[in-house]
Design a protein around this ligand. Structure first.
Ligand code: RFL
Ligand code: PHB
Length: 389
């Protein structure tokens, strides 16, 4: 098969990129290792910045997000005792929208056939070749046969564990990584949220987050040690721990229910540079990871593909390849600022095993300062709603 752009991975980055290219009449084919149901079964992000919602609107695919998504004017930080509201609407004039990654992914997947975006699911053994030549290609196997796709460019949107980043020669690349000594245990339950806005809590026992997917579906997280076993956390223990960490006022509003999904995700900061080599470009989690504390991962994937689609469109429309050459630098400038924000918020809100009493007092003083300073709240708000493209 021959196409203009071969995309590896049908997560948010690959799907959004495919649609943005198709909207300009550029041919794109996505190869995805998993089945559509498997991709939709992964419970992940929940908070969309305006840069992300605007992309969906531009594609004319925002109807369900506007109907079912929950616009939020603010969120809360707490030290387990008092709530500090960050009024993002008043401080920045913008909102965020709570709309699950699974819903956004479903909207993009369902619209694909009608827009000529070809997605090949269950494509095994994807391998990339000749990415530094004018004729890159990839191969995959499906149905017991091996297949080949020739393309003008290959876009690696295959997440942290995919093959695209590994196809970049080590000699031209550098990676930067920070592993955190804890993970987030997430629980999804069909109970009403405890608050109409998100609450990020720093309790002496560790971090907790109260989030949601809808007026009847809640998403909560608690910080747990790295390598913690899910078996150690029956539902009741999670609810008890949330009640302690979120504080008595919030706990009084919390409805408990059975877990629809429970999982533990490790926390990591990671950046890979550069994001382009020859005719291979990376976007989303394949090039960078942020800890989920700032809700930036999916939104960064969206801003990457915004830059990348613009560069590819300029190449095909105007024969201008400067934009492709400049893609990595442009995307990385925004990525590093989101890395910084996610890292800072993670440090502010979590209990680190080597924290001593002084470190704890520093966190509390930081929260106290934020509570009293509009300037400090503005810094948090403007990062949370998303920096300009
Ligand atoms: P994805 O979503 O990982 O998609 C990559 C796709 O590539 C496929 N793939 C392959 N395909 C073909 N061949 C191979 N060999 C392949 N290997 C992999 C995979 O099957 C998959 O379908 O990456 P993408 O598109 O870059 O999107 C990134 C986001 O998914 C991620 O950044 C966010 O989920 C992060 N994140 C959050 N982001 C936010 O913006 N706001 C949030 O509130 C938020 N909360 C979260 C999060 C991530 C979490 N976890 C579990 C990591 C909460 C959690 C708990
Ligand atoms: C979520 O609802 O899954 C969520 C919300 C905010 C975050 C991370 C995850 O910062």
């Amino acid at each position: 098969m021959k196409t203009q752009i071969a995309i590896v991975g049908a997560g948010p980055a690959g799907l959004l990129l495919g649609h943005l290219l198709r909207a300009e009449g550029i041919d794109a084919v996505i190869v995805e290792r998993a089945s559509a149901d498997y991709v939709l079964g992964r419970i992940r992000a929940g908070v969309l910045e305006r840069t992300t919602t605007r992309l969906l609107d531009r594609l004319g695919l925002g109807a369900r997000m506007h109907a079912e998504g929950l616009p939020h004017d603010g969120f809360h930080l707490t030290d387990g005792e008092r709530l500090i509201r960050i009024d993002i609407a008043a401080l920045t004039g913008r909102q965020v929208v709570v709309y699950g990654q699974t819903e956004l992914t479903r909207d993009l997947m369902e619209a694909a056939p009608g827009r000529g975006l070809h997605i090949i699911y269950e494509a095994a053994d994807v391998a990339l070749f000749d990415v530094d030549s004018d004729a890159p290609y990839l191969t995959y196997s499906k149905g017991g046969r091996s297949h080949r796709i020739d393309a003008a460019f290959i876009c690696g949107c295959d997440g942290f564990h995919g093959p695209s980043r590994k196809a970049m020669p080590a000699a031209v690349a550098a990676s930067f990584e920070k592993l955190y000594p804890f993970g987030w245990l997430g629980i999804l339950s069909d109970v009403p949220p405890c608050n109409h806005e998100l609450i990020y809590a720093n309790h002496e026992r560790g971090f907790a987050l109260a989030s949601m997917r809808s007026a009847t579906r809640s998403r909560y997280y608690v910080q747990v040690p790295l390598n913690e076993k899910l078996d150690n956390w029956p539902d009741d223990r999670i609810w008890d721990e949330l009640a302690i960490r979120l504080g008595p006022e919030t706990a009084a509003q919390m409805t408990r229910g059975p877990a629809l999904e429970k999982s533990i995700a490790p926390l990591r900061s990671f950046v890979f540079e550069p994001m382009r080599h020859g005719r291979l470009m990376l976007a989303g989690d394949s090039a960078h990871i942020v800890p989920p504390t700032g809700a930036k991962g999916l939104n960064l994937a969206a801003s990457d593909v915004h830059y990348l689609s613009e560069a590819l469109i300029r190449h095909f429309r105007h024969g201008d390849s400067d934009a492709i050459a400049g893609y990595s630098k442009k995307a990385l400038a925004r990525i590093w600022k989101s890395e910084r924000f996610s890292w800072q918020l993670t440090r502010l809100m979590h209990r680190f095993p080597d924290n001593d009493a002084f470190d704890r007092r520093m966190q509390l003083a930081d929260l106290d300062y934020i509570a009293s300073s509009v300037a400090a709240q503005t810094v948090i708000a403007e990062n949370y709603v998303g920096l300009p493209l």
